[in-house]
Design a binder for this molecule. Structure first.
Ligand SMILES: NC(=O)c1ccc[n+]([C@@H]2O[C@H](COP(=O)([O-])OP(=O)(O)OC[C@H]3O[C@@H](n4cnc5c(N)ncnc54)[C@H](OP(=O)(O)O)[C@@H]3O)[C@@H](O)[C@H]2O)c1
Length: 308
């Protein structure tokens, strides 16, 4: 099977290629231009050049290295073959670490302590509130959001989650629908979004949503930048309604030099690094996906209707 690799940011070393060849000996991972497009049966992609895959006339499946498939689905020429999301346990673990770390940082006011250190100020902030007194809400409880929500619950936080379809998770209050979202937001201290970007979630983190959060709430966005209206966020921070925003994803990446988010004193920025596992971690995931595709039991297929 020839699989075309179209993933400019995926750093596949020789070690990766050797491990891949050992895990899937009947598969050739080929670079663009190595073979005729007509002999390509699969594509391994992360942000592939729009329009390229339409020329693979015998394409049977697409393996997406990225958990977010919004840019892939935005290509109107994308062949109508199954798209498999290669979510692996390393990616879920990295996202869990990122979210737990950022929630704890806000919960224990370490963001403020870091600012005080920069001014060489030895100041005791008020005594730490208990985790049990904090409500942390997670929007999106799929492969990446759920492990983080469960870890936060195990640390003692009151955890609420929101998803498109109903969920039952022990010890966690689960919500769906717009009314469920509004109920969840009221009383939330820290809001975490791990939502995919779809027509329904675009701009969801906007003025209307921020207004429904209590004064002093904070937000963490690790889903997609276009789920958040950056101007609305800046207004909510400047008016004092929101206390802090921790952002890993942005409408335009890299975040432009002159963007006001860079210099905002109550914004923490990380460069889309929340959950970016090493290429080696994908070897087994890809090999397993290929075996299942061969057996006709295709895993984690993207639902094109819902956009994720
Ligand atoms: N920052 C990073 O480094 C990084 C890395 C990887 C991924 N990501 C982002 O994380 C996103 C989530 O990844 P994942 O693997 O967890 O995806 P997933 O398994 O597909 O889970 C998506 C979750 O969002 C919920 N959802 C989708 N549309 C919704 C809507 N309209 N209303 C309410 N809930 C909705 C889904 O609800 P159901 O459970 O009902 O389907 C599900 O719980 C990706 O799409 C990507 O954008 C970021």
């Amino acid at each position: 099977v020839n699989i075309l690799l179209l993933a400019p940011q995926f750093e596949c070393s020789d070690t990766w290629r050797i491990a891949m060849a050992a895990a899937a000996p009947d598969v050739a991972i080929v670079a663009d231009g190595d073979v005729d497009s007509a002999v390509i049966e699969g594509a391994l992609v992360d942000e592939p050049p729009p329009g390229r895959l339409q020329y693979c006339t015998n394409l049977r499946f697409i393996l997406s290295l990225s958990a977010g498939v919004d840019s892939l689905l935005a290509d109107p020429t994308l062949p109508a073959v199954p798209i498999v999301r290669l979510v692996n346990t390393e990616m879920s673990a990295l996202m869990r670490e990122y979210i737990v770390y950022q929630v704890l940082r806000l919960h224990r006011r370490f963001d403020e302590t870091e600012a005080l250190q920069r001014d060489r100020r030895w100041v005791w902030l008020s005594s730490a509130a208990s985790a049990a007194s904090r409500v942390v809400s997670v929007l999106g409880v799929g492969h990446l959001g759920r492990p983080a929500a469960e870890a936060l619950q195990s640390l003692g936080f009151q955890v609420r989650v929101w998803s498109r379809t109903p969920k039952q998770i022990p010890g966690i209050r689960c919500f769906t629908g717009i009314d469920g979202l509004h109920t969840l937001l009221a009383g939330t201290d820290i809001l975490v979004s791990v939502l995919p970007l779809t027509p329904d979630t675009m701009d969801i983190l906007s003025e209307d949503l921020f207004r429904r959060l209590p004064v002093g709430a904070s937000i963490i966005n690790v889903g997609r930048g276009a789920c958040l209206r950056e101007d609305d966020l800046l207004n909510a921070l400047d008016s004092g309604h929101l206390a802090h925003a921790t952002l890993d994803v942005f409408a335009v990446e890299p975040l432009p030099d002159e963007h006001p988010l860079w210099r905002h004193p109550r914004v923490t920025i990380t460069p889309h690094t929340a959950a970016y596992p090493e290429p080696e971690s994908f070897v087994k995931t890809i090999a397993t996906a290929l075996t299942r595709i061969r057996e006709g039991d295709i895993p984690t297929v993207v639902d094109r209707l819902h956009g994720y």
